[in-house]
Design a protein around this ligand. Structure first.
Ligand code: F6P
Length: 512
């Protein structure tokens, strides 16, 4: 791709902008703030504070055409095996269609019946056990929609294999009143299975082996394994090979979210995603929010060489959104070879990080304003809060607008270099009416398709994650050594060997 005329044209264009300050771009065009924006379904994307012009957007659109983005979107949404290394489709968009495939519809009906029962009072608490895509999505969305939760049931998320997580999470729970939902596409993830086994023993100790099974449900593409674990077939919900873990929030992986907010709100969440799917499929690039986000991502990563970007939601309920986007983006885009196995030859996935405003302002914004690295920012905000503390919300949003303004324009007029604000630091603002199931669904699909847009330009497969496998294999071997089930690997490096030896010598079980 970097050898194409379109890429070269963008490189030359970038040179022409090298010394142009955002102040100058805004001076040149007084309507820039309105012109460099796009809107759909109540979401406004203001990308005017990026270091680009309308011409950049045109050139990026030409790059998208050169990469065949429209065709790739059709390929993904029509079920072609776009996940080439695993020879599978990536059909997460089918989960949220108005007319989903029969197996999806059937599962949604089963989920709704199960969720309604759970909400009707049999359980005080529901604990989702899963990790990665089987945790981050439902945990993020359940927190995000806390204002829409209309049940007494306390929904929690257990992910880390660290026993401290299990202990802290179950500390104040009554095992007799707790339902565990074990979410694992493969049902082989060691962390999840360790937590599930501990949960089962904890429940069985309180209610007896015989009744323990009724405290468990599962969501998996490997139902045989779930049933082997002792979970009734009637409480096993399907995932499919054709939905990737980090793209699976619209499937039964969202069961705990559905329990928290109810089936109707879950349907609105799916409708929000579907709105963006259709928008992504049909809107011109210059008006297409996910495509624009992705193309600006390419512009910042490849033409300006900025290696990270921050996602800063000015909404406390979205506290887990940066972590969710971190997996979505970094597990999808952290690749060095193209789909054909050849090196990309250009930079791919940036490091994604962030936390909610205004907290971050008192932590890392110093570096954003005056550091030597430029960090593009996505600011996310809402016009109406889900609470009645209007004064707080005005203050919160004033801070969002102020940060974007300060980053872009800085401040002139001081001779003291320590107090100088250079500005010219890019950001994008995504402003929605209110955080609702619908708008949350829009945000999730927006970033999914942003990632897809970037992957298409880079020519990489965003739907596999081979890079996580080696660590899993090594951890399994080392775990066997730690427990004495296996002898130390003779060829192990001296650092790992001596760390293991020290650990084995010093490890002491701590009494509960
Ligand atoms: O971290 C690797 C990974 O495979 C993720 O892609 C996935 O979301 C997570 O582990 C959990 O996998 P599973 O749902 O199979 O337990």
């Amino acid at each position: 791709m970097y050898r194409t005329d379109e890429w070269q044209a963008l490189s030359a264009h970038r040179q022409s902008l090298a010394d142009v300050h955002l102040r100058e771009l805004f001076d040149r065009d007084p309507d820039r703030g309105e012109l460099l924006g796009a809107e759909t379904g109540g979401l406004l994307l203001d990308y005017s504070k990026n270091r680009l012009t309308a011409e950049t957007v045109e050139l990026l659109g030409a790059l998208a055409d050169r990469a065949g983005l429209a065709g790739r979107i059709e390929a993904m949404m029509s079920g072609e095996a776009v996940n080439t290394t695993e020879n599978r489709p990536a059909l997460h968009t089918a989960l949220r269609r108005g007319d989903p495939p029969p197996e999806v519809r059937e599962e949604l009906v089963r989920m709704a019946a199960f969720a309604e029962k759970a909400r009707a009072g049999r359980w005080n608490s529901v604990v989702n056990i899963g990790i990665g895509g089987s945790d981050l999505g439902p945990a993020m969305a359940t927190a995000a929609l806390c204002a829409h939760a209309d049940t007494e049931v306390d929904v929690r998320f257990l992910s880390n294999v660290d026993g401290a997580h299990f202990q802290a999470l179950t500390n104040d729970l009554d095992p007799a009143q707790t339902l565990f939902i074990v979410v694992s596409k493969t049902f082989t993830t060691t962390e999840t299975l360790a937590n599930a086994r501990t949960a089962r023993a904890w429940v069985a100790e309180a209610v007896g082996e015989h009744d323990a099974s009724s405290h468990f449900a599962a969501v998996t593409a490997n139902p045989g394994k779930a049933q082997g674990f002792g979970i009734d077939a009637g409480a096993v919900f399907a995932m499919w090979d054709w939905v990737g873990g980090r793209y699976s929030l619209g499937s039964a992986v969202g069961l705990s979210l559905m329990i928290a907010v109810g089936p109707d709100a879950f349907a609105e969440f799916l409708a929000g995603m579907h709105h963006i799917d259709e928008h992504f499929r049909t809107a011109r690039w210059a008006e297409n929010l996910p495509a624009l986000l992705g193309l600006i991502g390419i512009w910042n990563r490849n033409f300006w060489d900025w290696p990270t970007y921050a996602v800063l939601p000015y909404a406390q309920e979205l506290a887990l959104f940066p972590a969710y986007i971190q997996q979505l983006d970094m597990e999808s885009s952290g690749k060095s070879v193209r789909t054909d196995g050849t090196p990309t030859g250009i930079a791919t996935g940036p490091v994604v990080w962030g936390q909610p405003g205004t907290n971050g302002q008192h932590a890392f914004h110093q570096l954003l304003h005056q550091g030597t690295d430029i960090v593009p920012v996505d600011f996310i905000g809402f016009c109406r809060p889900n609470h009645g503390l209007a004064e707080h919300h005005d203050l919160l949003m004033a801070n969002l607008f102020a940060q974007a303004e300060a980053l872009a324009f800085g401040a002139a007029g001081t001779d003291d270099p320590h107090r100088a604000f250079p500005g010219n630091r890019p950001s994008t603002v995504i402003l929605a009416d209110q955080l609702t199931p619908q708008s949350l669904g829009q945000f999730v699909a927006l970033y999914e398709h942003k990632v897809f847009t970037q992957a298409t330009i880079w020519g990489i497969n965003p739907f596999d994650q081979w890079g996580v496998e080696l660590g899993k294999t090594l951890a399994t071997a080392i775990a066997a050594e730690l427990t004495g089930a296996a002898t130390p690997h003779p060829a192990r490096d001296s650092s790992t060997r001596s760390l293991i030896n020290r650990y084995v010598t010093l490890r002491r079980p701590v009494a509960r």
